[in-house]
Design a protein around this ligand. Structure first.
Ligand code: 5GP
Length: 112
């Protein structure tokens, strides 16, 4: 269990921006841009390496919801980035899959 399960269970507070049966989105506590939202599945999947065929609908759902949140946040037209860090080299610090939705400014590329 990670800190994100505690957020899911309302054991610790978070600024929630979207919720449905399958997922929850809330503001990152340490935002890297004017808009920085984390979208998580309610199912605890540690990393992208743990995704399998049984998660097909759930993962597809996240990809449908993410741009909706971007629209709601007012960053859809100007642009935004979806990021899923996986394991150490990508800097993953919480072992519960989360899609970073980052926008509100021009973002550099490639990542550092
Ligand atoms: P990662 O580095 O694993 O891709 O991203 C984890 C993200 O979770 C980081 O951007 C970090 O700021 C955020 N985070 C960690 N703990 C909390 C928390 O308790 N609340 C919220 N809202 N975000 C958190």
């Amino acid at each position: 269990m990670t800190i994100f399960t505690k957020i899911l269970n309302r054991e610790i507070p978070a600024k929630i921006v979207y919720e449905d049966e399958h997922c929850l989105a809330f503001r990152d506590v340490n935002p890297q841009a004017p808009t920085h939202v984390l979208l998580i599945p309610k199912l605890e999947i540690p990393t992208m390496n743990d995704v399998n065929d049984s998660h097909r609908d759930l993962m597809g759902h996240l990809m449908v919801v993410a741009p909706r949140i971007a629209e709601q946040e007012g960053i859809a037209r100007d642009g935004y980035r979806l990021v899923v860090n996986t394991n150490a080299n990508a800097g993953q610090t919480v072992a519960h899959i989360h899609i970073h939705i980052i926008g509100g400014r021009a973002l550099g590329w490639p990542p550092g």
